[in-house]
Design a protein around this ligand. Sequence first.
Ligand code: PEP
Ligand code: MG
Length: 901
Amino acid sequence: MSAVAETQWVYDFTEGAREMRELLGGKGANVAEMTRVLGAERVPAGFTVTTEACVAYMAAERHVPDGLEAQIAQALRRLEDQAGKRLGDPDDPLLVSVRSGARESMPGMLDTVLNLGLNDRSVQGLAARTGNERFAWDSYRRFVQMFAGVVRGVAGERLEREIEQAKQRRGVRLDTELDAEDLRRLVESFKELVRQDSDEPFPQEPRAQLDAAVRAVFDSWLGERAVSYRRINRIPDAWGTAVNVQQMVFGNRGDTSGSGVAFSRNEITGEPRPSGDFLPNAQGEDVVSGVRNTRDIAELAELMPEAHAELMEILRTLESHYKDMQDVEFTVDDGRLYMLQTRSAKRPAQAAVRFAVDAVHEGLLSESEAVMTIDAAALEALLHPTFDPSVDYDVLAHGVGASPGAAMGEIVFSAADAVEAAEQGRGVILVRPFTEADDVAGFHAARGILTSEGGKASHAALVARGMGRPCVVGASELDVDLGAREIRVANTVLHEGERIGIDGATGSITTDDVPLVSARMDERFEQVLTWADGLRRLAVRTNADTPDDARQAREFGAQGIGLCRTEHMFMATDRVPKMRAMILADSPQERRDALAELAVHQQSDFERIFEVMQGLPVTIRLLDPPLHEFLPSRAEVQIELERVRGGAQPSLEGAMADSGGDHDSQEDVSGHLEHLLERVSALEEVNPMLGTRGCRLGLLHPEIYEMQIQAIARAARAVRERSGAGPALEVMIPLVNYERELELMRDLVVQTAAQEGLEEGDFTVGTMIELPRACLAADRIARHADFFSFGTNDLTQTALGFSRDDIEGKILDRYIDARILDRSPFETLDVPGVGQLLRMGAWLGRKGRPEIELGVCGEHGGDPDSITFFHASGIDYVSCSPYRVPVARVAAAQAAISAET
Ligand code: PEP
Ligand code: MG
């Protein structure tokens, strides 16, 4: 005998528990738990073949593991003893259902076979025993039909066609109107289809039926439908599915029977009243498949009052046992109620919030338990208008949902057109292949942004999210032709001015006129957020660079600004020409003059932001992006120059702003364009993301940073003088690699501020940590830094060598298909790689300066999974776009609660 204990592949329902979800799948674990809670009389008996058996089956190229068949035989015997019936008994057969059940529910993706155990003889026994011939033949018809489809791969339409023909022959409309003889004939024709399609007859031997069904469920895990569902929902292929074999109870035994699904509370609104659907004289599949029109659960009270009352009581019991809203399947078999499955109800954010608050008030959950029932990421949906969920619409194309909320408007192709349209009161969607720095004014003006390129960390996505504008990026099916001012997609051509709608949560694009419904923070949502605030350790700040964003973020509970990207302030339409003049200046004096003009704008921007953020920290980052982002592209200037030389009027918007006005001669214009071309060419870089940007700009052109520091200092003083209090100022240096870079930049900040009358105690100086070396040398860098803010966008880009603007549109899907990644590392932090760098940076940073403040201001600062990691890594605060602030508050609380349990 082998000394190694045989693996247990099969568990009776009485052996399982909810904690065994990984092994028994969600359904198996919950049925076992429910058996314990409600008692064996309420839950039909059965057993679960484990997910491990499926994994072993897959690993052995679709061979069942040793020992499985014998263990199924033993479990079946126990089930038969308990039921007092035998599978395939010609007089009184036991029938079973065979259902899939993965760790995470995958609705409709995996296969199920019901009424297994019937054959040509036992169907007669069942008819005689129950005295109901129609019921027996209906059950057999269902079994052969499912077996044919699921196990032998007969096309569903062919089976349905047979049923249609039977109904036509009989002149009836409903399946339920077919009699025993019709059903018997259907069984024969289904068996014939099985024989034709698989070259094997329909198996009469029940154990052979069972083994084939178990294998078919395993196979369905590998089916195309299930694989693509797992890609979308990020479920690992390696998990496998469990298989649940359960004694059948019958909802199709006549008018005293039925099947249904129910929620312990309304699954859309969360209202504390059970909801659901049922069908009299039907099996569960009829309810979910939609072939017959279901009836509201309230009607069950009239038809089967006893079963209804019991169901209501059971829903209460299960909810308080699971401490969560439940979604159940039930069957009434000749008046007797059976529970087949229970699980936590999937629900939209609105219902999740309502349940959490009601459950605390009802004494069902504690505040922290209630906060844990919420899907934090889904909360953002509550803050943006959405397409009316009750309206169906045609999807024209799909992109990446980059900033949630829905928007409808006329198509425009340039920022200038968006601004002009907004001034005329027209709602527009800005459509571009991709966006750049000088499109930002258009973001403000547009209702939504749509690009055919880029991913979730592209310029369009970041800016749109920051402003709370709905945005879809990377819609690669669209051919956006800026020259022709049209969008081509499949066989459709859309022109400027035509209406288009985008859903920034799902990435859908439509030309249907879908109504929008608005949403706002209601009292319940506020309540949940207040509870979360009491439970979290991480502070939550916002990434904001306008007073409006700052105000919005404060309304959502931001505790300061963690990142003010000053470059966005130079991107407003009236600033770009001045910025260009500064960049194009030929002499230091010219540059200083241009900077002096910009300083006025910077100061007033800062003043307005400081006023909103009184008393709270405001982290201002000095200029980061490469200067050529503020200039037109070389190709654009070249074309313009050729046009002007050919006698055309100049049209390149803004490029001529420093040229002295409209009355220049043709030669002047050409001269300016030549100069522009020279400068644009000089500034062009092969890889601008790794070129002259960040603190390198400050080192090469200190006058730019000096101007910014002066503006910050003057604004702080002005606000303090006006209102007695200013913000807690934090000046942040971007893209630092070497400690000496920061040392030099810190000196520049301190000296310039001193000239403006600001002492060192009036502000702090810190740095972004967004390069791998900075993480590894964080102790040295910390000597010059009062705070670190991890820029996880650039850190992801530089640690992984993935261009943040290209990877999501071009490579990510393939990487997900090949199972290299299961989601974008720009969305959820890559913990094993980037996360370890961040941990190292945090640890070394504290070693270098124990009191150093540690924040995260990359997009990951608003992502719940990443927040869990930041909490565990000893970070002090996260900073995210205004609309993500409530998400981050809840996620930070959840991180703290999970860390304790
Ligand atoms: C970052 O790199 O994470 C960051 C916040 O800065 P930006 O996205 O502006 O580069
Ligand atoms: Mg950065």
